[in-house]
Design a protein around this ligand. Sequence first.
Ligand code: CO
Ligand code: CO
Ligand code: CO
Length: 348
Amino acid sequence: MTHEKIRLTQTVKGAGCAAKLAPGVLDKALCGLDLPVDPNLLVGLERADDAGVYRVSNDLALVQTLDFFPPMVDDPYSFGQIAAANALSDIYAMGGVPKTAMNIVAFPAKTMDISILRSIIEGGLDKIREAGVVLIGGHTVEDSELKYGLSVTGYIHPDRILTKKNLLIGDLLILTKPLGTGIIATAIKAGLAGQDLTDRVTLAMTTLNRDAALTMDEFPVHACTDITGFGFLGHLAEMVVDSGKGVRIRSANVPMYPEAIEWASMGLIPAGAYNNRNFRGAIVDFSSNVSQRIQDLLFDPQTSGGLLIAVAAMEAESLVTALKAKGIDTAAIVGEVISEPVERIIVE
Ligand code: CO
Ligand code: CO
Ligand code: CO
């Protein structure tokens, strides 16, 4: 089916996630506010994680998340798929199984054809169905800027929650998708990316993290998050801060799109990458052989990025092999958890 394209505007900067509030803004807005307490709230706002977790019974908890953003590709169906895969990802990153979803839509009804919205929602439905999730509702508002996403609820066992915290010394870190989607989205908007690359990156962003999550479920995984708007180092920093441990990253092993590395050296870098560096750069030590463009890739805001998994060292190679057997070819061991320097990220 052919359909109209979304006209990407100048107001949309970088990848979808980069258009979020600057890092830390929500923290500041919430700072000092009295939040309700409940002993069944297992993961809440006090420890920003991929999703919140609420215990229903001894063997069942709800895992809940919400994500929406403006388009980063001009094909509405693909945008719907990407936004849905991105929203579902936070459930997978907690080790949960998504069950229900609701649409969140902001739509410029006066200036945009309704068929565009229909295609977006169809794309989202496609991913919702693939995830085995049912769409149970939603809400639409009129807005000058198009935005779409999902609120997703899933199930999780209260004893098997994979938070960002819980790195163990000696754990190896595995990343499942290549970095560079923020830079490539910027190139797409500038008309620099060819159809082949756009298709490849779109396919990666529409790929659910479900198979990666199901695979890691069979292994001694200690912590997990997904790489989105704060970039690889931003999300890794969330794992490292307050952990009492450090991390060493081997940048040569981190999967990256070669085209993104090329564009980074030309300075085609989304604003979000600079925000991420300003926010978390202080705890990162780059060794002198790590080029500026590789540093930029490591801070590049991702949309619907891969899982970052901390697993017992002895099982790390087997987990990578198992991920590859599931078609996740780009999965790689990218670093390790170390005792010192405490709460710092060394990038070699
Ligand atoms: Co997340
Ligand atoms: Co999220
Ligand atoms: Co997690």
